[in-house]
Design a protein around this ligand. Sequence first.
Ligand code: 8X3
Length: 257
Amino acid sequence: VLSLKDKIVLITGASSGIGKAAAEQFAEIGANLILVARRAERLQELKSNLESAFGVKAHTVALDVQDIQKLERLVPELPPAFQEVAVLVNNAGLALGKAPAQDNDVADISVMLDTNCKAVAVLTKAVAKGMIARNMGHIINISSIAAADHYAGGSIYCGTKAFVTAFTDSLRHDLVGTNIRVTAISPGAVQTEFSNIRFKGNQDAADAVYSGIQPLTAEDIADQIVYAATRPPNVQIADIVSYATYQASGTNIARVL
Ligand code: 8X3
C-alpha cells in the first residue's frame, strides 16, 4: 500500500459526518491534515483531538465553500508546511428538501449547486495546479448513488451528484498521463447529519430515512476513501459505489429490522 505518513490531506466538510471520519482515519495512518468547514470551533476541537491522539499536524480553514473568493485564496494562503497537498477530498455537500421540481425553492437550488458543484470545480482547479507541477496527487470526490439513481424529489440533489461523477470522469481524462489519480466515492444511505439538513431539522423525517435498516456509517465511507488513497501508485480506483445491505437503489429499501 501507499504510505501517507507525513503527507498532506485536504478535506472539505471536515467538521462532521464523512469528512470528520475521513480526517480521523487519515490521521490514524499519520497524514497531516488541512481541515476545511464552516464551523471554526468544531474544526479547532477536531484539530487538537487529532494532533494529540495521533501526533499529526492539522491546519484549519473556516469557510463556506460557497464563498468562491475565499475558496480561491485557500491554496495560495496555505502555510508553507501545508502547501504540497497529496490528497484532496472534496466532501462538502448537501441536499435541501425533497420538493418536486415544480416546487423547488430557488435559494435551495443555489446552495446545492454552489456547494456540490461549483466549489468542487473551483477547489479542484486550485489544488490540481500544484499536483500537476509536482506530478503527484490524488483527487477524491464524494458523489452519491444519487448520481445514477434518480428519484422523485431529487431533481437538484441528484443533478448535482450526476455533475460530481461526470466532473470526476472528465478530470480523469484531463489528467491522464500524469501520476495524479482521480476517484469518485458514491455511497447510498449513510446515517450522518445529511437527512437532518435535508429535512431542515424535522427529526421524524430524518429518522424515517434510516428506519428498519442498518445504514452505512460515516466510518464505512471514510474506510473506502482511505482504501482508494492508499492503493499502490499503479492502481486508480475510479468509483466505489456502495449501498446499505437492505438497500438496492436510492428508493428500493427493505425496512425489515
Ligand atoms: C445520499 C443518498 O439516496 O439519499 O447521497 O440520495 S440518497
